[in-house]
Design a protein around this ligand. Sequence first.
Ligand code: ADP
Ligand code: MG
Length: 227
Amino acid sequence: MSMTIQIKNLTKTYSGDGVVTIALQDVNLALHEEEFTAIVGPSGSGKSTLLQLIGTLDAPTAGTIHYDAVDVCKLKGKTLADFRFASIGFIFQQFHLLPTLTALENVMSPLFPRKVGYDKKNRAQELLDWVGLAHKQDALPSQLSGGEQQRVAIARALVNRPKWLLADEPTGNLDTSNGEMVFQLLRKYQREHGTGIVFVTHDRHLASQTDRRIEMRDGGVIADTMG
Ligand code: ADP
Ligand code: MG
């Protein structure tokens, strides 16, 4: 059966200096692994907040998020860390590579503190090869182009073969052709591995090539279009 993320009545507020910001208000959504889903909407509409909550990086003010039967808002500590490691990969607009590590070491880095049932270096090389950067495995991030750095970050996000990949404007710092390349890599990965992909973007052209577009405004979902 296909995996689903079920989001119910999700609300997130931030308060500070006596000001309360409602970043998300009563969002209800079901995300399906077989759909490449884009989330679009103007700056400040709550896209990153939604992705962070889905990714268990932050906790909601109200509402629930279930990955199939698992209520992730109830997970804590090591259980949460283990769940996230097995289930979720992230990529961001900023590539967040560690500057003193090589491309290969960056891809391996999520595995450093973990016990896994496969050879870490072989796995990292497999992913680097898959993003077309086997020949750059010893390069430092500063020696790579933006598009190459993002491909290293994609390999790192996928190194443990997570069930879901959450991408927050991964093409936002790239030119059109590198953005297209990154997008097509994600598309290909989803088709090959059935990994659920949630892709936040400002790029209407890329969003139009996904299976589903969720449009946000002022912390809510205002449209949800398939095809
Ligand atoms: P988007 O990704 O669509 O640009 P965000 O989710 O980043 O939107 O932000 C939604 C709203 O929440 C904005 O008004 C933003 O200023 C506010 N916000 C986001 N993160 C924080 C935070 N850590 N503290 C206070 N306000 C925040
Ligand atoms: Mg954002």
